[in-house]
Write a protein that binds this ligand. Structure first.
Ligand SMILES: Cc1cc2nc3c(=O)[nH]c(=O)nc-3n(C[C@H](O)[C@H](O)[C@H](O)COP(=O)(O)OP(=O)(O)OC[C@H]3O[C@@H](n4cnc5c(N)ncnc54)[C@H](O)[C@@H]3O)c2cc1C
Length: 385
């Protein structure tokens, strides 16, 4: 056992674990982060394309997303690191009645939560994204405050800030056991040592179910394999992240944006889902997404792709995260099952976990925690997962 007990141990230095460590350490808690990989952000975090939005369908996610958006968009101002943030907005395009009706319905919830998001008719939308195919375009939603940044720069900046705030990181250590005494967590064991703390956070991403299993608890998080890609840089032509949710053979939706460096970065949701943890890229992805992107924005036919990659969405049965105390022992908290949004929710989730550990949750937090409870009955599907 290490000679000093920590206040909190975070398992996983990814999209959730790193900002959680930053929030915990900034609140004065002596925090240890353990990750089996060699450095921060090397799991799903570095596969993410860096989209950040408060535009969600569920109040709980809107709250966490809005706070995270504030953190990302002001990071440079507050902490002095350029994370390549750009408030380009998010555009959800509608070419069919189904999508128009669904987006308009969502606007009711989004407006209730005060999000600055609007329905634009086809002409107005084409002023925002002029290269979209005009034929059949009914319009779409625009949320101008949403944006994107580099996941590598952001996780590195948050890692450095967490260390400056006092957090300790240990890499290359796999958590193999959680020590529990009289129903309360006492610490964790790794393949290299033992560490004591009265609070432990499960932020293990695709490994979340295995970590919960260490205390005999079942959390329903299954990895789903998603691919993404990046083109060569080209002159600026596209402001917002464009999302097309129309289903097509082999895929449910796809989305892309132009990064500050000029590259177009893109991603697609396979349908049916591809369950598993194989992170080798495939030869099927690029032809599938290229066809979809060029048919939505013909100009993209000229963009040359540099590389593609594959990572894991840690999925839950209803497409919303699992955030809450363990049902198996006291002091153990899950911040897992982030699906396709762990990067954009990370900072908000980290601050919520900090309030939980300090027993300082607000009424709004209680509402969020009830919606995201790991013990909730899973009914329905998050529309914008
Ligand atoms: C192609 C693609 C595009 C995406 N695009 C976006 C996007 O634009 N915006 C967005 O918000 N999200 C996006 N995502 C989703 C996002 O990547 C995930 O939701 C997010 O990274 C999950 O964060 P996490 O912290 O739960 O997991 P991770 O970032 O994977 O971190 C978990 C960490 O836990 C560690 N770990 C696991 N088990 C153990 C153990 N036993 N001991 C020690 N360490 C352990 C792992 O090594 C890992 O570092 C995308 C994902 C993919 C694959």
């Amino acid at each position: 056992m290490s000679d000093r007990p920590y206040d909190v141990i975070v398992i996983g230095a990814g999209s959730v674990g790193v900002p959680t460590a930053h929030a915990l350490a900034s609140a004065g808690l002596d925090t240890l982060v353990l990750d089996e990989r060699a450095s921060p952000g090397q799991g799903a975090n570095k596969a993410a394309i860096g989209g950040v939005r408060a535009t969600h369908a569920l109040g709980a996610k809107i709250r966490l997303g809005r706070r995270s958006l504030e953190v990302f968009s002001t990071w440079d101002e507050v902490h002095g690191d350029d994370i390549e943030w750009l408030s380009g907005g998010y555009v959800f395009v509608a070419y069919r009645h189904e999508e128009e009706a669904a987006f308009r319905r969502l606007l009711l919830v989004q407006h209730r939560h005060g999000l600055p998001i609007d329905w634009l008719d086809a002409e107005a939308l084409l002023r925002v994204a002029p290269d979209l195919v005009r034929e059949g375009l009914r319009g779409g939603t625009l949320s101008p405050d949403d944006g994107h940044c580099s996941t590598l720069l952001a996780s590195h900046a948050m890692f450095e800030a967490a260390k400056r705030a006092g957090a300790t990181f240990r890499f290359g250590e796999q958590v193999t056991a959680i020590e529990v005494e009289r129903g309360r967590v006492r610490g964790v064991r790794t393949d290299r040592g033992r560490y004591a703390a009265p609070s432990v956070v499960n932020a293990a991403g695709a490994g979340a179910a295995r970590i919960a299993g260490l205390v005999g608890e079942r959390v329903d998080v299954r990895p789903d394999m998603h691919e993404a890609g990046i083109t060569e840089p080209v002159a600026p032509f596209l402001g917002p992240m464009v999302v097309d949710v129309r289903p097509a053979p082999g895929s449910a939706n796809f989305y892309f944006y132009q990064a500050r460096g000029g590259q177009v970065i893109f991603c697609l949701t396979p349908s049916p889902p591809l369950w598993g943890d194989d992170t080798r890229e495939t030869s099927a992805f690029l032809p599938m997404i290229a066809r979809r992107m060029v048919s939505l924005m013909p100009r993209l036919a000229h963009a040359r792709v540099r590389r593609t990659w594959r990572g894991l969405y840690p999925m839950t049965p209803d497409g919303s995260p699992l955030v809450g105390w363990s049902a198996a022992c006291d002091g153990f908290v899950h911040a897992v099952g982030m699906c396709g949004q762990g990067f954009m929710l990370g900072p908000g989730v980290g601050e919520l976990i900090t309030r939980m550990v300090r027993a300082e949750t607000t009424l709004e937090d209680d509402d969020t925690l009830s919606a995201l409870s790991p013990q909730r009955p899973f009914v329905g599907q998050e529309v914008l997962r």
